[in-house]
Write a protein that binds this ligand. Structure first.
Ligand SMILES: [Zn+2]
Length: 58
């Protein structure tokens, strides 16, 4: 389980709301990616084990 700051949650939410926008991870500087997985959406840092989030069951 990754512990995230409020700012990191905001960055993930920004990407969720703006899938086309380039969003950079505040923790490591890598890019945040937006991915549809079946009927859910995930947003996560390209760096393995870094920050992530998502919405299930859309
Ligand atoms: Zn990162």
């Amino acid at each position: 389980m990754v512990t995230m700051s409020e700012q990191e949650y905001e960055v993930l939410e920004e990407k969720l709301n703006n899938p086309e926008k380039k969003v950079i991870c505040p923790r490591c500087g890598n890019e945040i990616i937006y991915e549809k997985r079946g009927n859910s959406i995930a947003v996560e840092c390209k760096t393995k084990g870094c920050i992530y989030g998502g919405i299930r069951g859309l």
